[in-house]
Write a protein that binds this ligand. Sequence first.
Ligand code: DAO
Ligand code: DAO
Ligand code: DAO
Length: 205
Amino acid sequence: SSDTVVESKTGVSFPSVLGDSRKLLGIGLRRKSVLGLKNVDVYAFGVYADNGDLKKLLSEKYGKLSLSELQENKEFNADLMEADICMTVRLQIIYSKLSIRSVRSAFEESVGTRLRKFGGSDNKELLQRFTSQFKDEYKIPRGSVIDLSKERGHVLRTTIDGKEVGSIESKLLCRSLLDLYIGEDPFDRKAKEDIELNLATLVQK
Ligand code: DAO
Ligand code: DAO
Ligand code: DAO
């Protein structure tokens, strides 16, 4: 139906609006190679941003630029990831054998790299603060829905199947997480391109 969007490779569907005003900008797949042998589909993701926040930022600062100008504008990219815009990245788990241990170690690799890139050397404490939210007794079977929500004031709130597991205020952590999906070297390039196209449409409205 028109109020959901389906990820074509996996059939996983995403609502086109979350809450009152977070609009779906793009969807994609996070894959990972296991033992260097084969790629597994770990989760499908959808990137959402608050429509009002986004329009305000775009029209105030970037209303007169074209899509290609926006794409080349380094300041625009940094702005989008660092601005105080409410966003959610929704993960829907596909891989059925996901252990909390492998989530922790994948996270330290993917997010850890970004924390060092944007924040310099000493981010062990922040990384541990985030990963300590993942209790060993949690189960995340296939079909689990994890929302990583960036709330006002750069607060990252994590929920699993609608239940809150923790909140952490950190601009660096929010920035690093978003970078996985919309940064320079994203998990899924096509998803990032779709997000850019959707943003360009918003700018022109
Ligand atoms: O980094 O090469 C680049 C281009 C990045 C454009 C990124 C657009 C990301 C949009 C995120 C929107 C959410 C506020
Ligand atoms: O069992 O080691 C393995 C292979 C699976 C890799 C899992 C990667 C986990 C990615 C993070 C998931 C976040 C919900
Ligand atoms: O895909 O490499 C990656 C990292 C994605 C962010 C994962 C956050 C997972 C939070 C869920 C905790 C489950 C106990």
